[in-house]
Design a protein around this ligand. Structure first.
Ligand SMILES: Nc1ncnc2c1ncn2[C@@H]1O[C@H](COP(=O)(O)OP(=O)(O)OP(=O)(O)O)[C@@H](O)[C@H]1O
Ligand SMILES: [Zn+2]
Length: 494
């Protein structure tokens, strides 16, 4: 078994994973701000966190994963400027924040499910932890904070090594962070924002510092510490969080734990900080406001199975930028189709599918009584995943397994199921026909297509090529391409 190695953004080094608690892995992932639908770039962050969680399970660690839902406190700028994203959307829509949060949380969960992202142990909702946030703030206020008219601010000069995660000295951030009158340091941030006099927010709570709402950074410090205990093992997020959100969480954690500098990673609250790189469009970072809003549902509406997007994510290492294109998605879908053809062949050779062991597949279960040719393959798959989650490499090993011929079919399927438990493509539950998603604009149903194709087959058998061609043209007029002799065995596509 290869030792699990992960890239720690805090040390900027690949490190061997040593859990804080023997045999366990505790992971916190910054979740979505539920003011709008997530775009597929946001979902890359959760596919990555899921891949990490699945790899930890595969390595035999008992995983506790927390993903939060931010329903208050995230401003339109990650630092201190702008409005609360939730309040802003609620005002625009003339709806209650609670309704907005519910709607978009459910939409996010639908994407989570469609992408085979496993359910974490906890979905922690920020507004459920206000009491704990007030206690946390109170415990650090005297030594680390000061009050201004607009709120309670964290003085970043009171902790050692502020900003180390971002590799930026405090002053460097100055240009980017809007000045608030009276701040001691440019990078100081509000941990509690007071409701301005004369205003009423939809979400506000009483506190020692007046009515108001918690800061976004405070929320993640509190929920991660509360649910996982400091220090926990791994904190994840998108690479943008490396600049402001996570350095600020770290500063609060240091203050709360009374810990020293960041020479000791555990002082930051987590031992390892991991960040996925961006999904980008040719024009730049994907965002909700610019251009076509790339939601998972849009991909589905255009006829792409959501797992083609998961495949697309797995094909790139999580620390590399990934450029989205429709051609790239098409290629990922084709790759998934080929995988399913291989799985179908393997399935046809066995009576029953291997039963998933309780608690999911681990490398150890995968080994089972497997011998001979399959063991080196499992070892190479393990090595790839242990090498800072090298999923592109692991995928090629998975495909090698699919192509293997002279192996015991039961063992092959066992190895397949176990590897898929890490990749999360769910290939044993998927049928090839499931991948053929009807685009929203399609004017013909599958039953009508199958019916026309059956009639065409009959015509061809009777050598009535005029009818056969007429049926083909009829289908083409409705946007259905008939694919005679397609190597992937697809008879038609929309
Ligand atoms: N283009 C992207 N590619 C990969 N991850 C991303 C991308 N954009 C945001 N993320 C990550 O998605 C997660 C969810 O972010 P959040 O819900 O806070 O979205 P957001 O800040 O409103 O997104 P955006 O800035 O894109 O509108 C975070 O971990 C964030 O770092
Ligand atoms: Zn967070």
């Amino acid at each position: 078994m290869s030792a699990l190695k992960l890239f720690n953004s805090l040390t900027r080094k690949i490190e061997t994973f040593h859990p804080v608690h023997d045999g366990e892995a505790r992971v916190y992932t910054c979740g979505p701000t539920v003011y709008n639908y997530p775009h597929i770039g946001n979902m890359r962050a959760y596919v990555f966190a899921d891949l990490l969680g699945r790899t930890l399970s595969w390595k035999g660690f008992k995983l506790t994963h927390v993903i939060n839902i931010t329903d208050v406190g995230h401003l339109t700028d990650d630092a201190d400027a702008g409005e609360d994203k939730m309040e802003k959307m609620a005002a625009e829509r003339a709806q209650s924040i609670w309704d907005i949060a519910k709607h978009y949380t459910e939409a996010y969960w639908a994407d989570v499910k469609a992408l085979n992202i496993r359910q974490p142990a906890h979905w922690s909702v920020a507004t459920d932890y206000i009491e704990e946030m007030l206690e946390f703030a109170k415990s650090i206020a005297d030594k680390h904070c000061y009050e201004l008219d607009s709120g309670l601010y964290f003085d970043v000069s009171t902790v050692e090594d502020y900003g180390r995660l971002a590799r930026a000295v405090t002053e460097e951030g100055e240009g980017r962070i809007e000045t608030v009158e009276g701040k001691r340091n440019a990078a100081d941030f509000a941990i509690w924002r007071k409701t301005p006099p004369g205003e009423k927010r939809q979400m506000e709570w009483d506190s020692l510092w007046g009515k108001g709402a918690p800061g976004w950074h405070l929320e993640c410090s509190v929920m991660s510490g509360k649910l996982l205990g400091f220090p926990f093992d791994i904190h994840t997020g998108g690479i943008d969080h490396r600049e402001i959100h996570h350095p600020n969480e770290i500063a609060q954690n240091q203050a709360f734990c009374g810990c020293g500098g960041l020479g000791e990673a555990a002082n930051s609250g987590a031992r390892i900080w991991m960040h996925n790189n961006f999904l980008v469009e040719r024009s730049g970072k994907m965002s909700k406001s610019a251009g076509e809003f790339l939601r998972l549902q849009l991909l589905i509406d255009k006829g792409y199975h959501p797992l083609a997007y998961r495949m697309m994510c797995l094909q790139a290492h999580y620390r590399s930028e990934l450029e989205f294109s429709w051609e790239g998605l098409e290629a990922a879908l084709t790759r998934l189709k080929r995988v399913l053809i291989g799985v179908e062949k393997a399935r046809a050779q066995v009576e029953t599918l291997p039963a998933e062991p309780e608690g999911g597949w681990t490398l150890e279960d995968a080994h089972g009584d497997i011998g001979g040719q399959l063991l080196p393959l499992l070892a190479r798959f393990d090595e790839a995943m242990a090498d800072d989650l090298n999923s592109p490499q692991a995928l090629t090993v998975f495909e090698e397994l699919l192509a293997m011929k002279k192996v015991d079919p039961e063992h092959k399927l066992q190895a397949l199921a176990a590897m898929d438990a890490v990749l999360g493509l769910g290939v044993l539950e998927l049928e090839r026909a499931d991948l053929r998603v009807r685009p929203k604009t399609a004017t013909i149903t599958e039953a009508e297509i199958e019916d026309a194709l059956a009639r065409r087959k009959e015509a061809r058998a009777a050598k009535d090529f005029a009818t056969s061609d007429a049926l083909r043209d009829e289908l083409a007029a409705k946007g259905v391409e008939v694919m005679d002799g397609d190597p992937l065995g697809w008879e038609w596509q929309l």
